[in-house]
Design a protein around this ligand. Structure first.
Ligand SMILES: C[S@@+](CC[C@H](N)C(=O)[O-])C[C@H]1O[C@@H](n2cnc3c(N)ncnc32)[C@H](O)[C@@H]1O
Length: 229
């Protein structure tokens, strides 16, 4: 059986490489319980392989500070925190206080100190502009697809040199590569991808996991500082 039964809208075909990538990741009871809370709330979750990818990126960037747009019931947050430095702080934004209550329960069950999580309840478009420039090692965008361009623009400002931006639902339900689709969501996903593609300080890659991840690594400071070029 495919490992994530609660949150995936489009389960990969059995026998596909994606199905193998998902089934290869085992989640612990804390994550399973978080998925159960998400299911109760009707909040979508990332898949296990997306979670493991985020965890790996947090570890590779030695993340001390991360931002998540769209807390849900805390599945993504648990994965990100698992890869961060033991002192690392996750700022996670959601406009549903019920989702934040569920996420808090998950973080507590995982033994994560409340000092390591900053849950901000509000609309991401209002909260993100209040966060400091170039201060975050990992930014995970997992809100509404239609809002991706504005979140990506904020992420460009927030990410540190050598940090990483990850956009979930980057494939707009598989429609992004088909020019016949010009609906607002697909157009927004294309715009977000274009903003990333046109930034020469970013190294982007599409990762075909979950609903499609677009990950982009920010160049080191020596390559982003225009005074040195
Ligand atoms: C896909 S879920 C997030 C899942 C979560 N990242 C996880 O891995 O479990 C999207 C979340 O974004 C929240 N959301 C949607 N629009 C928002 C907005 N404009 N501002 C803040 N949160 C928003 C929803 O309430 C929902 O909890």
């Amino acid at each position: 059986m495919f490992l994530n039964v609660t949150g995936t809208e489009h389960a990969p075909d059995p026998g596909s490489l994606t199905a193998y990538a998902e089934s290869a990741i085992a989640e612990d009871d804390t994550l399973r319980d978080a998925r159960a809370r998400a299911a109760e709330l009707g909040a979508p979750t990332i898949t296990p392989a997306v979670g493991a990818t985020l965890c790996m990126l947090a570890r590779l960037t030695d993340a001390h500070s991360a931002v998540e747009v769209g807390t849900g019931a805390g599945v993504g947050g648990l994965w990100i925190l698992g890869g961060m430095s033991s002192e690392g702080i996750l700022t996670t934004i959601d406009d549903e206080s019920e989702h934040h209550a569920a996420a808090r329960a998950g973080f507590s069950a995982a033994g994560i100190s409340p000092s390591r999580t900053r849950l901000i309840t509000g609309r991401a478009a209002d909260v993100l502009p209040r966060l400091a420039d170039a201060s975050y090692d990992l930014i995970f965008i997992n809100g509404e697809v239609i809002d991706q361009p504005r979140y990506v623009r904020e992420a460009l400002r927030l990410v540190r040199p050598r940090g990483v931006i990850v956009v979930h639902d980057a494939a707009a339900g598989g429609k992004i590569a088909d020019p016949d689709f010009t609906d607002p969501e697909t157009t927004a996903a294309r715009e977000a991808a274009t903003i990333i593609a046109e930034d020469e300080t970013l190294l982007p890659v599409v990762i075909p996991l979950g609903e499609g991840l677009l990950a982009a690594a920010k160049a080191p400071v020596s390559e982003t500082d225009s005074s040195t070029s």
